[in-house]
Design a protein around this ligand. Structure first.
Ligand SMILES: Cc1ncc(COP(=O)(O)O)c(C=O)c1O
Length: 367
């Protein structure tokens, strides 16, 4: 018997998520020393974890024999103070990826649809398809979300619109005014997820006042993460801000202990370490310029990015990706589902890592 037939057709046809190649895997394949490998493939923070957050993590170890606080009281309290929202408006997730899944679990199913953009973050198609919902994919404009066309694409059976702002892997940003006009146009019966995983990398002037919009738009869900500027990708913690009734539905489909105790303690400490986030922002800006200048010197162009990564047009990207691997540099190919076969996405690393990438890229282009 073919056991795969036991699963619904919409599950069987899911194309698995392709994560960045782990350092340990490349080290095994090439017989290289792990310390010689540079991984710029998963938009992590090259600064690592701040000292105050590290101390909070170590402090939380003593409690790991116990289940964590399933309501995440301390973290919700800290977030509610920071953003001026009620605790009932917050949903915590095992990474913001979990939060996205909770939206799909709560609002999507067979016979319903979700709208997202071409080149949008890969979890939107995955979460949509895993629920048996229909995907309405709207062609991108200048690599970014064409929010006007996305509003027009909303159908009678649409329950969710996914928007990444900035988007991964293109790094594109929809300006605040356009996003606000979009929110006014979309009917209230459609949940709009604005995924702000890279929010902390935006200059304050470029950030849309989305938290304030929650008051006017009960169908708005904001998704944020501690994986990027806060440096906690490995611990897995993210959150959503939403209307209390939307948050309530998401919490009903959530695993009772979806965020572990170490992650909860770390996130509270990281949220309060504003200096670490400010430094991460400044490092990123500098690293972005370094890679842009390096790419320009190599005669390459790129998609201007508002995140902690940049997507560079290298031509035969699948081949260049392999050549970079041979030189111990891992970046992210964005052909396949992302439909950008000439580009590679590179995470902004430390100055040294960026330099390693640029020289390996120069050699790979010459090879
Ligand atoms: C746009 C976007 N949203 C969400 C995520 C999920 O991140 P996490 O689950 O680590 O919060 C990512 C990760 O790369 C992302 O790029």
């Amino acid at each position: 018997m073919d056991l795969s037939e036991l699963s619904p057709a919409y599950v069987r046809s899911i194309a698995p998520y392709q994560p960045g190649k782990p350092i340990s895997e490349l080290a095994r394949e090439l017989g290289l020393d792990e310390r010689k490998i540079v991984k710029l493939a998963s938009n992590e923070n090259p600064r690592g974890v701040g000292p105050r957050t590290r101390a909070a993590i170590e402090g939380a170890f003593g409690d790991i024999a116990r289940y964590p606080d399933g309501n995440g009281y301390e973290l919700k309290l800290a977030l509610s103070k920071r953003y001026g929202v009620e605790m009932s408006q917050i949903v915590l997730g095992n990474g913001s990826n979990d939060v996205l899944e909770l939206v799909a679990l709560a609002f999507l199913g067979p016979g319903l649809s979700a709208v997202y953009s071409q080149h949008a973050f890969a979890v939107y198609p995955l979460a949509t398809q895993a629920r048996g919902a229909r995907a309405i994919v709207v062609p991108a404009r200048d690599f970014g979300h064409d929010v006007e066309a996305m509003a027009s694409a909303v159908a009678d059976d649409t329950r969710v619109v996914w928007i990444a702002n900035p988007n991964n892997p293109t790094g594109t940003l929809v300006a605040s005014e356009r996003l606000e006009a979009f929110m006014r146009r979309v009917p209230e019966r459609v949940i709009v997820v604005i995924d702000e995983a890279y929010n902390e990398y935006l200059h304050a002037n470029l950030r849309a006042p989305t938290v304030a919009w929650l008051k006017r738009h009960p169908n708005l869900v904001l998704s944020r993460t501690f994986s990027k500027a806060y440096g906690l990708a490995g611990l897995r913690v993210g959150y959503a801000l939403a209307h209390p009734s939307v948050a309530d539905l998401m919490n009903r489909v959530r695993q009772p202990f979806n965020v572990n105790g170490v992650a909860l303690a770390a996130a509270v400490a990281a949220l309060n370490d504003m200096e670490f986030v400010a430094r991460s922002y400044a490092d990123n800006l500098q690293g972005m310029r370094q890679i842009e200048e390096g790419a320009r010197a190599l005669g390459l162009d790129w998609i201007p990015s508002y995140g902690n990564f940049i997507t560079v047009r290298v031509g035969r990207a699948a081949e260049i990706y392999k050549r970079l691997l041979k030189r111990g540099v891992i970046v992210r190919p964005v052909g396949g589902g992302y439909q950008l076969p000439e580009h590679l996405r590179v995470t902004i690393g430390t100055a040294e890592e960026n330099e390693r990438f640029l020289s390996a890229l120069a050699a790979s282009l010459r090879e």
